[in-house]
Design a protein around this ligand. Structure first.
Ligand code: UT7
Length: 320
């Protein structure tokens, strides 16, 4: 069996926040943010939360796939920002959309999460365990950034992207993921810490902390090498790939990856300008936009690649 994407959907936080809006919050400028990252605005939630965004993206993907949520057998949500430890966001989505027959669980692999979730769903589909799955990348990083820290708060946005995948008889799907836990300290967010039985201290929430330049260097090396390895392993030529959909963290990272692969910039669509870095949601939101704009044709070969905290990275190659 071969994994095929048969529907896509996405949603974003309700409030649009421009770089000019952020100039009122921290000492920054539209010029700095745009020239260093490519970001002009982002969307943040206004209380609707991750459950609503993920469920909306999932419902749109099911409608486009022409299936009822009742046909979904597996729901995977890649997220670093669940509302609760339990129930998982995947179980919350299941309840919201009425996918009664599905098994549902979350996957934590930061900004690479969508690729990890797709890789996991693929294993279930090719093994014959399930035929139809919903794979969602959803993050609400606005609740984890320190709104006084200009080095991080200008970078992120909230959103969700979903795909329905189905086991089919023909097509092409390969994926690979990797991790390096020894370098985890360059991008961290301690979820809750300090709670202690002896001192009776209550736990405190942590914020996102990042060594931006180290993450940048990691991304511009790791992303092209994992794409090249995957293409080589499956005897695909870079020039035969229609689109490279990369995690939208920084326009300069995407340009550097295109250069290293020797591929033209037009093959690397971007929407970071409007959304900022939406973490696990960035790749499926971009895929959904291309799909709804009619830019994907049957048989197009598409590469997706992500990287992020963990450290983690992953890539997928599929035929549309
Ligand atoms: O999806 C998760 C993965 N994350 C990433 O992929 C992020 C990868 N890294 C990056 O995208 C870039 O490293 C950043 C956009 C985060 C930072 O860009 P940079 O060119 O590496 O800037 P920098 O950190 O070297 O900072 C340069 C200067 C510093 O000032 P000094 O020390 O030179 O005086 C910063 O304090 O820019 C300052 N700065 C800012 N100035 C205005 C940092 N943030 C801001 C800001 N506004 N928002």
């Amino acid at each position: 069996m071969i994994t095929k994407i048969i529907g896509t959907g996405s949603s974003q936080g309700r409030r649009r926040v421009s770089n000019q809006d952020l100039e009122q919050v921290v000492e920054t400028s539209d010029e700095w943010i745009h020239s260093r990252t490519g970001i002009s605005s982002r969307y943040v939630t206004e209380g609707e939360g991750i459950k609503a965004m993920a469920a909306e993206a999932a419902e749109k993907a099911c409608i486009q796939a022409g299936i009822s949520p009742k046909e979904v057998e597996l729901i995977l949500v890649a997220t670093s920002t669940p509302e609760c430890c339990f129930p998982s966001t995947a179980c919350q989505v299941q309840g919201e959309i009425g996918a009664e027959g599905a098994a549902a669980f979350d996957i934590s692999a930061a900004c690479s999460g969508f690729i990890f979730a797709l890789h996991t769903a693929n294993s279930f589909l090719v093994s014959g365990t399930y035929k139809t799955a919903l794979v969602i990348g959803a993050d609400e990083l606005s609740k984890l950034v320190d709104w006084n820290d200009r080095r991080t708060c200008v970078l992120f946005g909230d959103g969700a992207g979903a795909v329905v995948v189905r086991a089919e008889d023909d097509g092409k799907f390969f994926s690979a993921v990797g991790s390096d836990g020894s370098r985890g300290e360059i991008l961290t967010c301690v979820s809750r810490s300090g709670g202690n039985f002896i001192t009776k201290k209550q736990p405190k929430m942590g914020f996102i902390a990042m060594d931006g330049q180290e993450v940048f260097k990691f991304a511009v090396k790791k992303v092209p090498s994992c794409i090249e390895e995957m293409l080589k392993e499956h005897q695909e030529k870079p020039e035969d790939i229609r689109y490279y959909l990369l995690h939208q963290a920084n326009e300069r990272i995407i340009a550097a990856v295109a250069k290293r692969l020797g591929e033209p910039a037009e093959k690397f669509p971007m929407n970071i300008s409007a959304y900022g870095n939406t973490s696990a949601a960035s790749i499926p939101i971009l895929l959904d936009e291309l799909n709804r704009e009619g830019k994907l044709n049957r048989g197009d070969k598409i590469v997706m690649a992500g990287f992020g905290g963990g450290l983690t990275w992953g890539s997928a190659l599929l035929e549309w």
